[in-house]
Ligand binder design. Structure first.
Ligand code: HGY
Ligand code: MN
Ligand code: MN
Length: 417
């Protein structure tokens, strides 16, 4: 046992190859119009991304398994050939939003592969299996909720229910999963993590603003997603006096300004009116119906609940004031999550040992880690995002910072296995 532990100390990350793989994966689904790439879950482009990850896992001679919801697992077996029990798991996702950056999710999966590559290149098998996971549909922009693959994996959503989800494009998730060839046979949850560590870009402004190299993420804010439909009355734009209007478009605009006022008033709640559809969506017709989405976030569950209640009350008022009908459908609802204190401390110690500045922080974004935290001690490592930008082609982190993060991940892994 001592020789594995002592040998582990000589492991190193191939930073150049990590950056090369991030770049290569980032070219799949490249968008010619506004730049960036689009690999929305279970599309042909995402399949190409999946195939590339599987190819790289094969090159590392990992034990590759795909579960019933399409989660991909590449496992470096332990010295005694075990692949499923007491696993140290790392990972993230490779599906993206529209016109995305190249790092969100992908960085965590590829940095995980760079850690197991360090073991392979040193010819060492760890004392416990090390698994790298690429979870299905983390973004949730086509099929809700988000973090779906990891949610199903931890038993938070029945597989069959997830497979029957109908997407925003009318497709059934299970059909698309089968179509791209990733409807796996591994029972969800068959690989049992003893710990889970996710490396991710911060996607926010804090680390850059404070010139800090590593974030030790100790908690993650709550998320509430809903679809709202407002039904008014179509009428002629030129003949209908204002006081006679039941204008669904105007009502939706009032909701958007209400959300901004709510966010400013609370200072911690974030509110986003992210997608909207007008019907009939014509220049000279007062909209009869508007469908839109609301994304509310807050690190404090009682404040998130309060924001939801305030929105509900506002919508009731709107029905009376504008003579419209309002329907609401919850698309996702996840309470705030606290990560494992011991792993957070290990991340801090590892950053310190490697000479990096670090700080504790909250994750503003949702991550697969918030789901795995339901079944195993979990924490996250962040690296800075340039300008705090993400979900945008301009998403960027300096290669050196990306390699720093992978080295901290390796240090954490060596201390855990
Ligand atoms: O919405 C989120 O925070 C994540 O990107 N799915
Ligand atoms: Mn992500
Ligand atoms: Mn994302």
């Amino acid at each position: 046992m001592d020789d594995v532990k002592s040998l582990q100390k000589k492991l190193s990350i191939d930073g150049e190859l990590l950056i090369k793989q991030i770049t290569e994966l980032g070219e799949i689904g490249a968008d010619s119009d506004v730049g960036g790439r689009t690999r929305i879950a279970l599309t042909d482009d995402e399949k190409k991304g999946r195939d590339l990850i599987v190819k790289w896992m094969n090159e590392l001679v990992l034990n590759i398994e795909v579960d019933e919801i399409g989660n991909i697992f590449g496992t470096l077996p332990s010295i005694n050939g075990n692949c499923h029990e007491n696993v140290l798991m790392m990972g993230s996702h490779i599906d993206t939003v529209q016109n995305a950056g190249a790092l969100d999710g992908c960085y965590g999966v590829l940095a995980g592969l760079s850690v197991v590559r360090a073991y392979r290149e040193a010819g060492i098998l760890p004392l416990r299996p090390i698994t790298v996971a690429a979870f299905t549909n983390e973004e949730g922009v086509r099929y809700q909720p988000d973090m779906m693959g990891s949610l199903v994996y931890v038993g938070g959503m029945p597989v069959q229910e997830a497979l029957n989800v109908i997407g925003t494009d009318g497709t059934r998730l299970g059909d698309e999963l089968a179509r791209i060839g990733y409807a796996g046979h591994l029972k969800v949850g068959a690989i049992i993590p003893q710990e889970y560590v996710e490396l991710h870009i911060e996607q926010g402004p804090i680390l850059e603003k404070e010139s800090i190299e590593i974030g030790a993420v100790e908690n993650l804010q709550g998320i509430s997603w809903q679809q709202i439909i407002i039904k008014g009355k179509a009428n002629h734009a030129g003949t209908t006096p204002t006081e006679m209007r039941h204008d669904a478009g105007f009502a939706a605009a009032l909701v958007n300004t209400f959300l901004r006022e709510l966010a400013l008033e609370t200072k911690t709640t974030l509110a986003t009116f992210g997608s909207v559809k007008f019907y009939p969506n014509l220049i000279n017709v007062i909209p009869r119906m508007v469908e839109f989405t609301v994304d509310l976030r807050d690190p404090d569950e009682s404040k998130l609940k309060n924001a939801e209640n305030k929105l509900n009350n506002f919508l009731k008022l709107l029905e009376e004031q504008e003579g419209v009908q309002v329907e609401q459908k919850q698309l996702a609802r996840f309470e705030p999550v606290h990560f494992d204190e011991k792993i957070v401390q290990l991340i801090e110690r590892s950053a310190k040992k490697l000479g990096f500045s670090y700080r504790r922080m909250t994750s503003g974004a949702g991550h697969d880690a918030q789901m795995i935290a339901r079944i195993a001690p979990t924490a996250m490592i962040f690296v800075p995002s340039k300008g705090g930008v993400s979900h945008n082609p301009r998403e960027f982190t300096e290669p050196k910072q990306l390699i720093n993060g992978a080295n901290v991940l390796l240090e954490v892994v060596q201390n855990l296995v």
